[in-house]
Design a protein around this ligand. Structure first.
Ligand code: HPA
Length: 271
């Protein structure tokens, strides 16, 4: 990644009409419908944006959408890049840097995750309060990082407190259960063993998933306030482990989608 590449990606999108979005949104697995709520939308497929990671076949639907949501100009990632698809840390976080160059001032992230905390149930949502990076690398570990910001990024408040409090308030007003907890990120794509679920509980995770943490690290690198919400799609009980069905994960995420849309839309209104 070079600054010039980043500028070329951004200029391409500006020329398509991606004009000064205020807020960036990343839509996770099974959570693409928020995009239907966008007005005056302009779409750019990832494959058409210069220097974007080249999408895999499985991932052909990935696109960046610009438009208006709750009265604000937004840019939405419908589909994200994952390490388990073979991309590296710099690739998967490149879109975050592009959205930042386009001008976003806030970043909202969603994902599907497994519940490690067994007080949290399938279909519930969890506000990510903090995280544990178990992906074995960093999106800031590259040679010319200094051109993009400082190397030793503070992570004492990785998720923005103001936006977290607003989301808790919105959840309460709408009778949405929104737990608060620690998200651990793993590479995947295999799910965890029983021993790994026990380990995740011991180290302090409430949920586990295969995304988000690299994006949040880069947001902190860019001093971009970020919040993230997980839909808990399966219960990871090592003493009663059920086989995970990816189709079911997508289904459970889809059922929780209206709640995610409410949380994000009302937050955007308030920002
Ligand atoms: N583990 C990892 N990632 C996940 C899970 C899980 O149990 N559920 C949804 N994403």
């Amino acid at each position: 990644m070079t600054l010039i590449e980043l500028l070329e990606s951004t200029e391409f999108l500006k020329s398509k009409g991606f004009d000064n979005p205020e807020i960036g949104i990343v839509l996770g697995t099974g959570l693409g419908k928020l995009a239907n709520e966008i007005e005056n939308e302009i779409t750019a497929h990832y494959n058409h944006i210069p220097y974007f990671p080249l999408a895999t076949v499985e991932f052909h639907s990935g696109k960046l959408i610009f438009g208006e949501l709750a009265g604000k100009k937004v840019v939405v990632m419908q589909g994200r890049f994952h390490l388990y698809e073979g991309y590296d840390f710099v690739d998967i976080t490149y879109p975050i840097r592009v959205m930042h160059k386009l001008g976003i001032k806030k970043l909202l992230i969603s994902n599907a995750a497994g519940a490690i905390n067994l007080n949290y149930k399938k279909g519930d949502m969890m506000l990510i309060d903090d995280h544990i990076n178990l992906q074995g690398g960093s999106p800031l570990a590259f040679k010319n990082v200094a051109e993009f910001g400082e190397r030793f990024v503070d992570m004492s408040e990785p998720y923005n407190t103001h936006m977290k409090n607003k989301l808790l308030e919105i959840a309460k007003n709408n009778n949405i259960t929104l737990h608060k907890g620690v998200y651990a990120s793993v590479v995947g794509p295999q799910l965890e063993t029983r021993a790994e679920y026990r380990y995740l509980k011991i180290v302090g995770a409430d949920a586990v998933g295969m995304s988000t943490v690299p994006e949040v690290i880069v947001a902190n690198h860019l001093k971009l306030p970020v919040v993230a919400v997980s839909v808990l799609t399966d219960e990871c009980d090592p003493d009663n482990l059920q086989q995970v069905d990816v189709q079911e994960i997508i289904e459970v995420a889809g059922k929780a989608e209206p709640k995610m849309i409410t949380l994000f839309k009302e937050l955007i209104e308030m920002l």
